[in-house]
Write a protein that binds this ligand. Structure first.
Ligand code: CA2
Length: 158
């Protein structure tokens, strides 16, 4: 089965993109902080990039912690090649999502639109960063694209 997994990954890598609470408001409120792109705009850009790299994308945004955890559990037995996660405010609060992610046997990249280190002090701590393959903060929507490049580069090395 290990052989089959690598065989499959050569032809079709898959990336799960997880977005936490309030990110559905992007582009509609606080553009000075979070930019003018909507989450749908970001998803379109990521899907275009994925198509060009022959990567399958599974995209989720939810405002409900349990929904996020259940979705992570749903890929336990068939993990994607990698996960891109912007946990939103759960970055600073959720041991539960951290634990769920740790159970999945694939690397993840943590993305933040803003530089969480230049904002309120409570945003500087993340429950995810020490487990992440990479952390990208302050690059706006580009962060998702950089995260995909990082995951694919890591796949090709492994
Ligand atoms: O910078 C990021 O991507 C964050 O993960 C965004 C979260 C914030 O709690 C984190 O500290 C950093 C907030 C997402 C909420 O996005 C909004 C967009 C428009 C209007 C209001 C909130």
């Amino acid at each position: 089965s290990v052989c089959f997994a690598s065989f499959w990954e050569i032809f079709m890598a898959s990336i799960l993109v997880l977005n936490g609470p309030n990110l559905n408001l992007l582009g509609r409120r606080e553009p000075h902080l979070y930019g003018t792109m909507t989450l749908d705009d970001i998803e379109q850009r990521v899907r275009t990039q994925a198509n060009a790299s022959r990567v399958a994308i599974d995209w989720l945004q939810t405002n409900h912690e349990g929904v996020m955890i259940d979705h992570i559990h749903s890929v336990l037995d068939q993990p994607p090649s990698g996960i891109i996660i912007n946990p939103g405010a759960w970055t600073h609060s959720s041991v539960a999502i951290r634990d769920a992610l740790s159970a999945i046997e694939c690397p993840f990249v943590e993305v933040h639109l803003t530089n969480i280190h230049s904002r309120e002090p409570f945003r500087a701590h993340s429950y995810f960063s020490d487990q992440a393959l990479a952390v990208i903060a302050g690059c706006g929507a580009f962060g998702y694209e950089f995260a995909m490049i990082t995951l694919l580069a890591n796949l090709n090395q492994g």
